[in-house]
Design a protein around this ligand. Structure first.
Ligand code: SF4
Ligand code: F3S
Ligand code: ZN
Length: 103
């Protein structure tokens, strides 16, 4: 499962589509955690898609990740600023790849 303390245990490695990427990042096998308020551990995500189907405000968008050992599609929190903290995505992800900091 995603480390809920990733902000203490990792450092920002880069930016992607306006959000932070928490490293380590070594493409294509290691991709880190995308987003901060809505954080998706790309190294755990296996492209299930339940988060994309169920988020009521369309926070997530698919991104291609060719060569990643878990899956070649990831749910990117492209619109994390729109999150309404409903926690549905956290509940539906089968591998607990998502952390939402509802404060
Ligand atoms: Fe979408 Fe709710 Fe998850 Fe926020 S907590 S990203 S609104 S499903
Ligand atoms: Fe990935 Fe979980 Fe969404 S596996 S696509 S973060 S439901
Ligand atoms: Zn991203």
């Amino acid at each position: 499962a995603i480390d809920p303390s990733f902000e203490e245990n990792r450092e920002v490695a880069e930016e992607h589509e306006g959000h932070e990427v928490w490293g380590p990042v070594e493409e294509p096998e290691t991709l880190g955690i995308h987003g901060t308020h809505v954080a998706v551990d790309f190294d755990i995500c296996l492209g299930d898609g339940a988060c994309i189907d169920d988020c009521p405000v369309d926070v997530f968008e698919w991104v291609d990740t060719p060569g990643h050992p878990e899956s070649e599609l990831k749910a990117d929190p492209a619109n994390e600023d729109q999150c309404i903290d409903c926690m549905i995505c956290v509940d539906v992800c089968p591998v607990d790849a998502i952390d939402v900091d509802a404060g």
